[in-house]
Design a protein around this ligand. Structure first.
Ligand SMILES: Cc1cc2nc3c(=O)[nH]c(=O)nc-3n(C[C@H](O)[C@H](O)[C@H](O)COP(=O)(O)O)c2cc1C
Length: 540
């Protein structure tokens, strides 16, 4: 095939190639050895890391494995129900719901049904037939008190995540998905961006302690700016953020790396500098000032106004009830959002995240009971949040007395979040909590909007499935009687034994009639509030 000369040339080329490769190999080996000697010397002479000083070179693997472990544990080692904050089983439900693929599982439950404090719903002998099921009842917030009350039948909505903490494509996807699903999107404390508005979805505008988006040069609430925000027809309610479950008593933290020119402009702050909100509202020191602020914002915007808190000490709820009865129902917040101590955040100190505040399992019944005792349950709507990313948790909240459930991290999973726990850096691998354009490329808003919509609709549908199994026609007809709680011996006990429904104290059966002249809206504004009506009758 080849003549002798060609063969000789090929042999020469091959042997030259082998010689150079061998030489290159020796050079690389030599450089590698020099590098190893260099890091060996640097490890044993440095004084900061004991492990590297005692185990030069191999000690470094510890840091590499520790970092890689964050990513690989969930794939190789963690069981379906053991990871935190969300286990694989919870996340998979969201992923499947968001993709609108079959969400059934096989063979049997992997959930342990004898763990203390776990919840079980009580099915009835004759479940509600599909043809008897009813659409979810609508609830109106601020009726009779806000010029523009807000009515929604969507029980599951998007909780506050600020522009800055999350990216532009993430907000665009949430906004478009919210519009398609007919749910609301809370802006979080970072101000209102064009991306929130672009789909025309319902928006809850949040005012954080730094008043981002509505602050004047001194950082005080600007009535003019608030008026402009309130004039957007999409802005349906205003939420004053007093505290957040992951960091009660600490303001928002946005690392400088995430304060882009656009984020800075919308917030009204400097580019590239850490954005740290005060740990409380400098202009709200007590219940009276809080209620004054509620009324001020409602008067300026005409929209329902409420506040978001994580419950710790709860005596203030009595003070709130008493003051509202003294000053008049106009002074009541139109809603209270209760966040759980185990809520999420973009960034927070671990001590606050792990140790401060009450979880929603305790705080939701506590607040609902107090509102009932003060006969304010109809006046003040209750929104609950905190790790309620699957239908059962949302159904539990409705049973206990919430009017609405909101979630942040559930919708992050719908956007493709893999729980990489990088929200406080600018390195989120799924483009949700980063402003790095390279990483944002992965998040295509059009595609993810559909997932947001699917997730919300599938979750609400499956809460309905639980309700029908319990024999009621729709999700809002669920009551505490539909829930059993597993006790310390592993035996299910009625939730009503632990948290019996409260009725109004006699002195509050007729609500306050103070301040009639202030009320500008409905005919029944300050008339007596009837005793909290029981929910739909339940078939047994
Ligand atoms: C990335 C991120 C940003 C958040 N930003 C805000 C915020 O600006 N304002 C706020 O009140 N809560 C914020 N939260 C808290 C959520 O709104 C919510 O209260 C909490 O995460 C509990 O809901 P979840 O368990 O469904 O996530 C944030 C949460 C996350 C994960």
């Amino acid at each position: 095939m080849f003549d002798d000369q060609t063969l000789t040339t090929l042999k020469t080329i091959a042997s030259t190639f082998i010689e150079y490769s061998a030489l290159l190999f020796l050079v690389v080996l030599g450089l590698g050895a020099i590098y190893l000697v260099f890091i060996y010397i640097s490890d044993i002479t440095q004084t900061q890391h004991a492990i590297r000083r005692n185990y030069p070179i191999i000690g470094r693997f510890r840091y590499i494995f520790e970092h890689l472990g964050e990513f690989f544990r969930q794939y190789f080692f963690a069981m379906d129900r053991e990871e935190l904050p969300f286990n694989r089983s919870q996340r998979s439900w969201v992923y499947r719901a968001a993709k609108n693929i079959d969400n059934t599982i096989a063979f049997g439950s992997t959930r342990s049904l004898n763990q203390a404090n776990e919840v079980l719903f009580m099915n009835c002998l004759f479940p509600t037939l599909s043809q008897d099921a009813a659409p979810t009842n609508a609830v109106t917030i601020g009726e009779g008190f806000a010029k523009h009350p807000y009515t929604s039948s969507a029980i599951f909505n998007i909780s506050g995540m600020s522009f800055g903490a999350i990216s532009k494509p993430a907000i665009r996807a949430l906004s478009a998905g919210a519009k398609e699903a007919g749910i609301w999107l809370n802006t979080g404390e970072g101000g209102l961006s064009p991306y929130h508005l672009e789909s025309g979805c319902d928006i809850v505008f949040q005012i954080g302690t730094a008043k981002y988006g509505v602050r004047d040069a001194e950082g005080n609430l600007s009535d003019e700016k608030l008026k402009v925000i309130g004039a957007h027809p999409e802005v349906r309610m205003i939420e004053i953020k007093l505290s957040q479950g992951a960091k009660p008593g600490k303001g928002g933290i946005l690392p400088g790396g995430k304060v882009t020119a656009e984020v800075a402009k919308i917030r009204g702050i400097e580019v590239g500098k850490d954005s740290i909100s005060p740990n409380g509202h400098p202009d709200i020191h007590n219940i009276d000032e809080l209620l004054d602020m509620v009324v001020r914002i409602r008067d300026i915007t005409g929209k329902p106004v409420g506040f978001k808190v994580v419950i710790g000490f709860s005596e203030w709820l009595d003070e709130l009830g008493e003051i509202i009865h003294k000053r008049g129902l106009k002074y009541a917040p139109d809603f209270i959002t209760i966040d759980s101590a185990d809520g999420g955040t973009g960034a927070a100190p671990q001590s606050l995240m792990d140790y401060v505040g009450l979880p929603i399992r305790r705080s939701l019944p506590l607040v609902v009971d107090k509102l009932n005792e003060y006969n304010l349950r109809k006046r003040i709507k209750v929104i609950a949040s905190g790790k309620m990313i699957n239908p059962a948790e949302a159904a539990w909240a409705l049973c206990v007395g919430a009017d609405f459930i909101v979630s942040a991290r559930g919708f992050m999973f719908a956007l493709g979040c893999i729980q990489a726990l990088q929200c406080n850096k600018n390195t989120c691998p799924t483009g949700i909590t980063t402003h790095d354009p390279e990483l944002q490329r992965g998040l295509v808003p059009e595609n993810k909007a559909t997932r947001v919509k699917n997730y919300a609709l599938n979750l609400m549908h499956e809460v309905g499935v639980i309700a029908h199994s319990c024999g009621v026609k729709e999700a809002r007809a669920l009551t505490r009687e539909h829930v059993y709680l597993i006790d310390n011996r592993g035996s299910p006990e009625p939730l009503t034994d632990r948290f019996p429904e409260k009725t109004p104290k006699p002195q509050y059966l007729i609500a306050s009639t103070a301040d009639d002249s202030d009320i500008n809206q409905s005919s029944d504004t300050h008339s007596a509030i009837p005793i909290t009506a029981s929910k739909d009758a339940r078939p047994r």
